[in-house]
Design a binder for this molecule. Structure first.
Ligand code: GLC
Length: 743
């Protein structure tokens, strides 16, 4: 009897729902908000709660009954992550999910080229669209506070103005594909050790002047349709449900209409998640990378616990509906977006974009005796040394790890760039011979049992008879070497590379060192090496970009998005104490005091007059640029006025090149302390040999403001200012005084 009854009832329900089947499709041209309200009005309480949390590792449910599709997220900022199993981190074993790995975002930032950022976003957005993804979990814009941070390679450097200007076009490029970005990790996630348990203490000036601007630009100028809360805490509240950050600042001061997504495992409390602005919960009870509770979705903080509070009248439906509106809006902008096309994957255009971004971001740090470029058309003997010349770097590093269709190694790229040369290889050192992340394997066998002495001897022997030696080393995205969920333990290069470099410098004067990393490294050998290139993690086209630059096919034009300090103790986060902060006696919480305040990066080195190895904004070219005398449209600006500064820049060399002209502003006298100067403008211009280009900057009171935390407002104080035209933070070409008048 029971079985029959149940059958009858379930049939009735099915029939009923067939009858009541409603589609939320309104007129596709209906205003977005109208479509959202229509869908919201049709949803049951259970359906509303259901779309606020994951149903698998990387997707959240839609509403089957109403024809609202699932929402699919994907890592990461440099390429589209390979498919994992529905409810596990392990590989799904697809054979159609290989991708193009684009250069790491530090490289994009180092290009100082917003047009490249747009190209980058467009291309990676097409790859995400082709793979059926709705949300790209990136870009990362956390400020570079310590060179030990394992994830700096995913971010855009130490300056909020540069990070802001470079993330916005990337976001627009991605979203023009109908794929949302999810700018991350909001906020104050500036190192990886204790990332789930660090409680950051920072003053409001540093918060508003240094750590928030790139996020604010991402959502107010880039219109990022979603944003990811960070793992750490602020004021003892996790950032994934932090009232001040998500309600007061993001949705209050900035008027954000998008959806707040938790980091994977970043949600810890139902009542806080309900009240403090979390809209979409993912990855609870995981460490965000490898392990975690399976099939826990109904128990998520915003799942049954939330539903129960609603049913008991302990949670209000207005808050629920606000969350649902944000998620529905995200769905209509992406998964239910009409006519968004189909994207593309591993196309020639994407490889070309990757190569162009790499070419535009590689930084020539030093080039004594013009060792570089190496002549490409001669039958030279070139020795390439170093594990990073052959080791794949697209596998590893944490959630941004990828399964690429191809990755051109530096050695292969150099061989291709110098077809007339005899290119030999020596290992030089042994670093990380593994090559696996989350089940993706490189397939490389890098095992080498020789001793460091033997490896150095072999390299030196070969170097003695080479015309040029190119050492390719640096870090490699293995744990503690630029990798998520771990920080480096020091500034030094690992694996005894310094000894190899010193030995090679003694063996051959034509030595170029290529440092592959997302962070500054110590260079004790800097005086004995004539040519140094900052190579970044360049992705699929690594070897092609390095070959292009080393051969002179491309004139390097990148400039550093962060400072290379001489030693770790020069870095403010380390000079003033332990960057990790202090562990509380009775609990697993680390209180990290950002005691340096607004003096992050060059702001510190300038103000404290600390010598650097290579300054922020530094980068050389194979040509030389001469800066002429700048002119200003006025020497005084009213509160609603502006001053135009124009500087002629001439290419005095024999090859075309791109120069990044920088504008820094000094507030001569301010009521509150300010850095010596701050970046407030930059232009990357291509200049032909002998050509002069006039570069113009417009300065308004906006560029003069600082955040007055006592007024909780941005203020431009009348008084004297200086405009510096510069080629780097330490290479000031000209300074123009001007004044902001009181009226
Ligand atoms: C990770 C990372 C985040 C990533 C997410 C999904 O822990 O912090 O950047 O997008 O979890 O993999």
């Amino acid at each position: 009897m029971n079985k029959l009854l149940i059958t009858v009832i379930s049939f009735g329900l099915a029939a009923g729902s067939l009858v009541a089947a409603e589609k939320v499709y309104l007129d596709q041209n209906a205003p977005l908000d109208q479509r959202v309200e229509d869908a919201l009005s049709r949803m049951t309480l259970e359906e509303k709660v259901g779309i606020l949390h994951a149903q698998s590792k990387f997707c959240s449910p839609g509403v089957k009954r109403l024809g609202i599709p699932e929402l699919w997220t994907t890592d990461g900022p440099h390429g589209i992550r390979p498919e994992v199993l529905w409810d596990e981190w392990d590989q799904a074993g697809w054979t159609s999910d290989s991708c193009v790995a684009f250069p790491a975002l530090t490289c994009l930032a180092a290009s100082w080229d917003p047009s490249l950022a747009l190209d980058y976003g467009k291309a990676i957005g097409e790859e995400a669209l082709y793979r059926g993804k709705d949300i790209l979990l990136g870009p990362g814009v956390n400020i570079y506070r310590t060179p030990l941070n394992g994830r700096n390679f995913e971010y855009m450097g130490e300056d909020p103005f540069l990070a802001s200007k470079m993330c916005v076009p990337y976001i627009k490029g991605v979203q023009q594909n109908g794929v949302a970005t999810c700018v991350k990790h909001f906020a104050l996630n500036n190192h990886e050790r204790n990332r789930h348990t660090t409680n950051v203490r920072v003053d409001d000036r540093a918060l508003y002047e240094i750590y928030l601007p790139a996020f604010k630009a991402a959502v107010t100028e880039g219109d990022s349709w979603s944003i990811m809360g960070a793992y750490n805490l602020y004021d003892n509240q996790h950032l994934c449900h932090n009232k001040r950050f998500l309600c007061d600042i993001l949705k209050g001061e900035w008027g954000y209409k998008g959806a707040v997504v938790s980091d994977w495992g970043g949600t810890h409390d139902t009542d806080e998640a309900i009240a403090n602005g979390l809209d979409l919960e993912f990855g609870s009870w995981t460490n965000g990378l490898s392990n975690g509770a399976s099939n826990a979705y109904d128990n998520y903080y915003l799942a049954l616990p939330y539903l129960q509070r609603l049913r008991e009248g302990k949670a209000d439906t207005a808050t629920l509906d606000d969350k649902v509106r944000r998620v529905l809006r995200l769905i209509f902008l992406t998964a239910m977006r009409e006519g968004k096309g189909f994207g593309s994957q591993c196309s020639d255009e994407h490889y070309a974009a990757a190569r162009e971004i790499g070419n535009g971001g590689i930084v020539l740090l030093k080039n004594d005796r013009r060792v570089l470029p190496i002549p490409a058309g001669k039958p030279l003997r070139i020795l390439v040394v170093g594990e990073n010349a052959v080791k794949m770097q697209t596998v590893g590093g944490g959630s941004s790890s990828l399964k690429v269709q191809r990755e051109v190694s530096p050695l292969d790229g150099i061989r291709e760039a110098f077809p007339m040369a005899q290119v030999e290889y020596a290992r030089g050192y042994v670093g990380d011979v593994t090559g696996e992340y989350n089940g993706v394997v490189t397939g490389q066998d890098l095992k080498d049992d020789r001793s460091p002495a033997q490896l150095i001897a072999e390299a030196v022997e070969k170097a003695k008879t080479a015309d040029y030696v190119v050492f390719v080393g640096g870090l490699n995205k293995s744990e503690g070497q630029d990798c998520e969920d771990s920080d480096r333990s020091g500034l030094e290069l690992p694996y005894g590379q310094d000894a190899v470099i010193e030995a090679l410098a003694a063996a051959n004067p034509n030595l170029a060192v290529v440092n592959i990393s997302g962070n500054a490294v110590a260079m004790p050998w800097v005086k004995s090496v004539p040519a140094i290139v900052q190579g970044w993690f360049l992705g699929s086209e690594t070897g092609h970009s390095l070959g292009d630059v080393l051969s002179g096919k491309v004139n390097p034009s990148g400039k550093l998005p962060f400072t290379f300090p001489v030693r770790l103790s020069d870095v403010p986060a380390h000079a003033l104490g332990d960057y990790l902060g202090k562990k509380r006696a009775d609990e697993e919480i680390y209180d990290a005091d950002y005691s340096e305040g607004i003096l992050v990066g060059y702001r510190w080195y300038d103000t404290r007059k600390v010598k650097t190895l290579f300054p922020f904004g530094h980068g050389l070219s194979y040509t030389t640029f001469e800066y002429g005398k700048p002119t200003a449209s006025a020497s005084k600006m009213t509160a609603d006025g502006e001053i135009e500064i124009t500087v002629p820049v001439t290419n005095r060399g024999s090859v075309a090149g791109k120069e990044i002209v920088q504008l820094y502003i000094t507030d001569v006298k301010s009521s509150l302390p300010r850095p010596v100067k701050e970046l407030k403008g930059f232009r990357k211009v291509e200049i032909q040999p002998g050509e002069t280009v006039n570069v113009t900057f417009t300065i308004t009171p906006e560029e003069l403001k600082y955040f007055d935390d006592s007024k909780h407002a941005w203020v431009a104080e009348p008084g004297k200012f200086k405009a510096h035209i510069a080629a780097s933070a330490e290479d000031i070409k000209a300074t123009l005084p001007f004044e902001l008048s009181g009226k």
